[in-house]
Write a protein that binds this ligand. Structure first.
Ligand SMILES: *Cc1c(COP(=O)(O)O)cnc(C)c1O
Length: 462
């Protein structure tokens, strides 16, 4: 029972601290977040574009170290901020877009059309048409889409439609994306008939999950498809292995201890979360290291590792990481608006909603512990003040955290709760101005001459 902030014999509650991150910690300790909360008068997200640059560089280094010629396309759906696209443009990296809106954003922030890959099923004609005009690479999902692309390419002035054919993963036969073996054979015949209206550059896939070996296996299979396409006179000199490079949010020992301990009584309203429904917040192999592992794996039925086979065949490797490029590149900040006591824990209400923490909308929970930041710095100490975190809406299920977090101090109005590492699919995938609440702004932070500097992600139009 917590009475006026004095916890009495609190039960041990499971925690899941995020990996310590010096970049994020420097921001938490700078006092700057309270200034920003004051300026915006509501929740906000902060972005650390230097971290994005470092993640991109790590992927490129993995390619270089394996002697593999490759290109990284940032999968834009993972976060809507302009900052990442600006970094891609500056670094000459590509962007994976799946809608006309995403394509416009990428072009408007300086990414060249030829550095875009257009994915997604049954793409709108307008999207296909602009992809052709921009010299972008289209990942073709079906025979019907291929026919539409060829027709559009015939009308387009002087450009072949650059395309990849997307493979339905044989290991995921219920996927709604891509083409199976016979469909691909038919697609190749149609590509040959289309002549110079199209340029069949290769094959691609995107697998759900994070397993290494299935990616290497399917990449090996695509190399065989490239050989087959080249025998038909098509260029087919590249493959795309999509995204799905895990992010490692927390240490192994914390993650396993958490899974073993968590029970319904650790959550508000005794909400039950099955342990297998959580995102794998710990991954032994993650980010660019997962790419290294894929390149070092031997595709089934062969003897050489994937990297060797790519090198030997002169095949270009395309990849489309989303989440992994955003690892530790942003966090979400909410202000405590009210605190009320329940039986043995507090219900904290913050000034935003769980729409800014997308995991909450998949019958799951974003588990890395939010950090309590008081006006005098991060709360520390041996105290245990359990609290769940609700949003400022009239929806009963609008909780940012159902779990009773054992905070080291009792949260008070004016304190901040910082959810770490939210840039990948959390902060804005689901955001909507529900209740006419404004969307939290995004603040781009960098450190200049030892001091944090900020600007809005989207500069006001001039
Ligand atoms: C979502 C998606 C990605 C990115 O996946 P991550 O898990 O964020 O790396 C890449 N390619 C395609 C086709 C996608 O749909």
């Amino acid at each position: 029972m917590a009475v006026n902030g004095t916890p009495l014999a609190p039960p041990a509650l499971p925690t899941l601290p995020a990996h310590p991150d010096p970049g994020t910690d420097a921001v938490l300790d700078s006092g700057f977040l309270h200034e920003l909360a004051h300026a915006f008068g509501g929740p906000f997200h902060f972005l650390l574009p230097e971290r994005f640059d470092a993640n991109l560089a790590a992927f490129r280094a993995a390619l270089r170290d394996a002697g593999v010629d490759g290109r990284v396309y940032y999968a834009k759906k993972a976060n809507k901020a302009a900052a990442w696209i600006e970094r891609c443009a500056a670094a000459g990296a590509g962007v994976d877009v799946a809608s006309l809106g995403e394509l416009r954003e990428a072009l408007a922030h300086g990414v060249r059309g030829e550095n875009l890959v257009v994915t997604g099923p049954a793409k709108h004609d307008e999207l296909l048409r602009i992809a052709v005009l921009q010299g972008s690479l289209t990942a073709v999902d079906s025979l019907g889409e291929l026919d539409r692309l060829v027709a559009l390419a015939r009308e387009a002035p002087a450009r072949p439609a650059r395309l990849l054919l997307r493979r339905l993963p044989p290991q995921q036969p219920h996927s709604r994306f891509g083409m199976d073996g016979p469909e691909l054979e038919e697609a190749l015949a149609r590509c040959v008939r289309a002549g110079d209206a199209v340029r069949t550059e290769g094959f691609g896939f995107h697998l759900s999950g994070y397993a290494v070996q299935p990616r290497a296996d399917l990449a090996g299979h695509l190399l065989g498809l490239c050989r087959r396409a080249r025998a038909l006179g098509l260029p087919a000199d590249r493959i795309s292995i999509g995204g799905g490079f895990a992010v490692d949010y927390a240490a192994a020992r914390h993650w396993h201890a958490f899974l073993a301990a968590q029970r319904p009584e650790h959550y508000h309203a005794r909400k039950a979360f099955p342990a297998d429904g959580f995102y794998p917040y710990h991954s032994p192999v993650a980010g660019a290291d997962a790419l290294r592992a894929v390149l070092a794996a031997v595709p089934e039925g062969g003897r050489d590792d994937l990297g060797t086979r790519l090198r030997r065949t002169g095949t270009l490797l395309l990849l489309e990481p989303g989440r992994a490029l955003l690892d530790r590149a942003g966090a979400s900040v909410f202000r405590v608006q009210g605190v009320k006591d329940r039986d043995g824990y507090a219900v904290v209400t913050v000034d935003g909603t769980s729409l800014s923490l997308s995991e909450q909308w998949f019958g799951s929970e974003f588990l890395p512990d939010p950090v309590l930041v008081t006006p005098s710095g991060r709360a520390r100490g041996p105290g245990v003040h359990p609290a769940c975190v609700g949003g400022a809406t009239c929806l009963e299920p609008d909780l940012l955290t159902w779990r009773k977090i054992p905070f080291p101090a009792r949260p008070s109005p004016g304190d901040l709760l910082v959810y770490p590492n939210t840039a990948g699919y959390q902060m804005d995938s689901n955001e909507s101005p529900f209740h006419d609440l404004p969307l939290p702004p995004k603040v781009v932070l960098d450190i200049a001459e030892g001091r944090p500097r900020w600007r809005l992600d989207r500069r006001p139009a001039r």
